[in-house]
Design a binder for this molecule. Structure first.
Ligand code: C5P
Length: 244
């Protein structure tokens, strides 16, 4: 596979075109950003770790029956993916209250939600990715009602799978963000990444609210030991996959 030009540089990945117009190469960066890039830094080996975790999770999700953009991983920090047109929605699924849900509703952190909450945010950096209502989503024509229905159902299915998978890792899945894309046949594929950058992951056996955090909140909230937490998540994922 020959790599051609850089197509796009995001906060966590660079996308390159390849000799196949249906295939892109995603290069995962060590750069870390938070609060819409107002906080910037770097996490040692984050690119490799997040690419490896995402690759494993996408493969497991494919086995579970969810169609993803994943093709393969030619090197630890690179993933070959199917070219898709990203739907400009950040789809957040929550099982336990944390982060912006608590800030915006007053729910205490750690409140177990009676059923998973699916939220749609407008993927637009200039606007700070605002929370959408369904009517606003349709007003802006970000997706059709059928696509929203499909994405909503897929998000819940992904949650079902991931909750079980992370549980096997000794990790509680608090919440996470997904992105979806349309392939050349207008089929909806799960895209982007699933990693400690995009999920809130709590060490199930750790009661201390700061020590239990194994995700990007360690960077966001200056909790320290960010690299160790990411490495630990990867090791647990590899162990669970190995035993499947
Ligand atoms: O900040 P908030 O509580 O809304 O985040 C919910 C979940 O979505 C968290 O797991 C967070 O890591 C993820 N997220 C993300 N990218 C964003 C916003 C949130 O991965 N731009």
């Amino acid at each position: 596979m020959s790599v051609y030009s850089q197509l796009y540089e995001g906060k966590a990945k660079i996308l390159y075109t390849t000799d196949d117009p249906e295939v892109l190469l995603a290069d995962f960066k060590d750069d870390a950003t938070a609060f819409n890039a107002q906080k910037r830094g770097s996490i040692i080996d984050k690119g490799k770790i997040n690419c490896s975790i995402s690759s494993q999770l996408f493969q497991q999700l494919e086995i579970y029956g969810i169609k993803t953009h994943y093709i393969d991983s030619p090197s630890p920090h690179q993933m070959r993916v199917k070219a898709v047109k990203i739907v400009p929605l950040e789809v957040v699924v929550r099982n336990i209250a944390a982060g912006s849900l608590c800030q915006q509703t007053g729910l205490p952190t750690g409140t177990i939600l009676k059923k998973p909450l699916v939220e749609f945010y407008y993927k637009k950096d200039e606007l700070g990715d605002p929370l959408l209502t369904r009517d606003r989503l349709f007003l802006l024509e970000l997706a059709t009602p059928e696509q929203v229905e499909t994405i909503h159902n897929l998000a819940l299915q992904v949650n079902e799978f991931l909750r079980g998978f992370w549980q096997e890792c000794g990790i509680t899945l608090v919440d996470f963000k997904l992105e979806f894309g349309l392939d050349s046949q207008q089929q909806i594929l799960l895209a982007d990444e699933i990693s400690p950058d995009t999920c809130r992951l709590w060490n199930t056996t750790e009661a201390d609210p700061n020590l239990r955090v194994m995700d990007k909140d360690r960077f966001r909230r200056d909790l320290g030991n960010v690299e160790n937490a990411y490495q630990e998540v990867l090791q647990r994922v590899l162990k669970v996959v190995e035993n499947k």
